[in-house]
Design a protein around this ligand. Structure first.
Ligand SMILES: C[S@@+](CC[C@H](N)C(=O)[O-])C[C@H]1O[C@@H](n2cnc3c(N)ncnc32)[C@H](O)[C@@H]1O
Length: 254
């Protein structure tokens, strides 16, 4: 399937946010780092439960013969590669050129990066694909989740993790979802519901609870099957971590 995308020069209020060396390194560590590389020396009880977020959100999915999956806001690609264990075709899309280039480069071998520790101190690390993934099944392209090419349609699975509340107009993605997922297919929406006016103008926020809003926006096209909380941990420095709980909702296309 040919895919091309024309990208609005300002699809986001923070167009360069995910283009810095610092964010690229944070996400390579978040997606591919080992527990020893991410956690502090004596982690408090429960901290390690928040590791492997990009693996957990796509785990336990039923195998579908010749299944096709779409990973929106894939960042540096870990969930896309994980999906290749189950799906024979996986498309990863992200707006960040640096993230997409890193995701695509990982198929050719380890990527060097520098983990920020404190002040001017850093540690050289390498990100690499885990055993068992099938890179030949995965392709990445830079695109805008609010303006996706028409060629993208009828996927067996669409996964969008921690993307919705980074979009300027999240409704545009919600309105496109029915044509992205084939009837009977699965949608995984994962969101920490951290609505910020630096990414999404307040008039585009849910009017109340995010899950109620999703149920109302997706009604008629998707049936809500289940929800669960998925915690995640992003290491900013040796002693500063973002611990967040994301709401994962699983839907079936009617
Ligand atoms: C908070 S990160 C989440 C990344 C990844 N799914 C994860 O869970 O680690 C948000 C991602 O959405 C991407 N993004 C932001 N706006 C986008 C847009 N309009 N279209 C596609 N991707 C976008 C960013 O580049 C970034 O990779």
């Amino acid at each position: 399937m040919p895919i091309s995308s024309t990208i609005d020069p300002l699809p986001t209020l923070m167009p360069d946010y995910y283009e810095s060396d610092r964010l690229l390194a944070e996400y390579l560590l978040f997606h591919y780092g080992s527990p020893a590389e991410i956690l502090p020396p004596h982690p408090p009880a429960g901290m390690s439960d928040a590791l492997d977020f990009a693996v957990r959100t796509v785990s336990g999915l039923a195998e579908i013969p010749n299944g096709r999956a779409l990973d929106l806001g894939c960042a540096v690609g870990r969930s896309s590669y994980e999906l290749s264990r189950t799906f024979t075709e996986v498309v990863g899309v992200d707006f960040s050129r640096r993230f997409i280039d890193a995701a695509a480069a990982l198929r050719h071998g380890p990527l060097d990066y520098s983990r920020h520790d404190e002040a001017t101190l850093s540690t050289p690390l390498q990100a690499s694909l885990p055993p068992g993934v099938r890179p030949e099944r995965v392709r990445f392209f830079r695109g805008d989740a609010m303006d996706l090419p028409e060629a993208l349609s009828d996927f067996d699975l669409v996964h969008a993790a921690n993307l919705l509340c980074r979009l300027r107009e999240p409704r545009k993605l919600l309105q496109r979802l029915p044509s992205l997922v084939r009837p009977g297919g699965t949608l995984l929406l994962v969101t920490p519901c951290t609505w910020l006016d630096t990414f999404t103008p307040e008039e585009n926020w849910p009017p109340g609870n995010t899950l109620d809003w999703l149920v109302s926006e997706l009604s008629g096209s998707f049936l809500l099957e289940s929800t669960r909380e998925e915690p995640f941990l992003i290491r900013e420095t040796a002693r500063k971590f973002q611990w967040t709980s994301s709401l994962l909702s699983q839907w079936t296309r009617c």
